[in-house]
Design a protein around this ligand. Sequence first.
Ligand code: C5P
Length: 207
Amino acid sequence: MIIAVDGPTASGKGTIARALAAHYGLPHLDTGLLYRAVGRQVQLNGGDANNPDDALAATTFDESLLGDPELRSEAAGGLASRVSAHPAVRSALFERQRTFATQQGGAVLDGRDIGTVIAPEAEVKLFVTASVDARSQRRYREMQERGEDVTLETIAEDLRRRDERDRTRPAAPLVPAPDACIIDTSALGRDEAIAAAIEVVDQISGS
Ligand code: C5P
């Protein structure tokens, strides 16, 4: 069974995807991390994330970069959102994601275009969303716990900018697949959101 979990930043899609993977015993791929690694590699190369050639050159990042805690920062998220707009970058990362999705036994992938581009045949497609307010609050708490010095205002602005970029880019824009099930987590706690997702998967897979 392939489970595609798409949605905007800080919607809770990563938490849901990890919980589903654990619940159903499936391997999980956080595809945002791949784009974050490309963004970070551009920076390490001294390049410009808006430049398609610099971004493409960074797709050959070393695997060890995926373990860099810096990838979780707001800065890396912003860079990821820039490099991910280049079609050549998306193509370069396609095969790796596709191979992961189609491995025997199934998989859970979370990102922006899993149900639309990477695995349109996925049995289960979830589109996890939440209001900008709810997402900013969550991201703010996470950042505070990590000791990052940011304001709620800045985070909300950054989320809006990234949403806009992700939704309006011509290459694989952030849109729900027509057959995706929408889960709005604005008013849900962590456990409630996970339970809602498991209920949908059980219903679709008939287990
Ligand atoms: O999910 P996360 O916040 O880690 O993703 C960082 C950025 O990577 C997103 O803002 C988006 O621009 C890009 N991304 C993407 N396609 C994916 C996963 C992430 O374009 N499948």
